[in-house]
Design a protein around this ligand. Sequence first.
Ligand SMILES: [Zn+2]
Length: 393
Amino acid sequence: MSSAKPRNDDLAKATAMLAKLVAFDTTSRNSNLAFIDAVRELLAAHGIESRLVHNDDGTKANLLATVGPMVEGGIVLSGHTDVVPVDDQKWLSDPFTLVERDGRLYGRGTADMKSFLAVILSALDRMQAAKLKVPLHFAFTYDEEVGCLGAPSLIRFLQAELPAPGAVIVGEPTEMKVVTAHKGITAMRTTVTGHEAHSSQPHRGVSAVMVAAELISFLQGLAQEAATSGPRNPLFEPPHTTITVNRIEGGTALNILARHCTFQWDVRALPEDDAESYINRFQSHCREAVLPRIRTIAADCDIQTMARTPTPPLKMMARSKAEEICRALTGDNATRAVSFAAEAGQFQGAGLPTVICGPGSIRQAHQPNEYIDIEQLAAGARFIRDLIAHASK
Ligand SMILES: [Zn+2]
């Protein structure tokens, strides 16, 4: 790659590392083991031991590694290895080849969030040369993009195996700003079972699609209520809990009252709100208002709602160790919250002081032609350099 401006060494190394990491197609539906093996080999070449925590079928792994003394008060640098799909997106260049254009580096994962992993992994020599007083732990996960599924087992392993860390930095893209709160997500799947009949005879059957439409409109009412009279927190955009339905399928033919309809919805709750209260109201509405009515037409009608394991919110806490370190290193003293969910709430839930702070912008995440500004990658590299100095004091 070429650049008009001469680059400092750290940035050149981070860029080369990012190119390597982007080249792995770690879309969440794929195994991340090739990626993890490459990271493990790189660490091993530096004499750093990695430990893996696999998923149940052994097709994916989290990685945990430590540089520095095995003492308490270490700093966990956490990032996910998976990326979102590029399907149906229009890319101007191969998403898995890092390409530089106009002061930006393009490629899937450049913003979310392989750049954070790249600034860490390109600074191993510096970490090892430094006299670290507290350790730097690397906690790299799988399946963040499909519900933060990898982090819980890694967090349990980390707590069992490591001297208690003092801080966790989750390097999701915040343009190196210090974020101390994020919303939680509870994802739900509701399946309506109706009763088939000719569509000219609606009194003899139940259209699952029409019942689903009714339930979705109930959720729309809850969403409006959350927006107008629920808890508010102006640090979030939007400043309230949201409820949306984003997938639906059902029915067999135009002239048959539908037997099945399934829709998926999510509650993205402010840390100070309670996602359960909305879900409970939805469930009672199904149980008390809708089910009895449709069962008078056909006893086999049903409504089932299943929740995926919720991703807990990151709650703002009185100045934590993690916050203190990141504020000192970045100079950012504003109070910030983000609406996307991340693994930070899971680390905090395990009692670890956690913030989100990483290079790149969430505006480019999940987009076609995802990129990171080269200046952001440089800022990330400076942050790691300063963090190493901080951990050596
Ligand atoms: Zn991410």
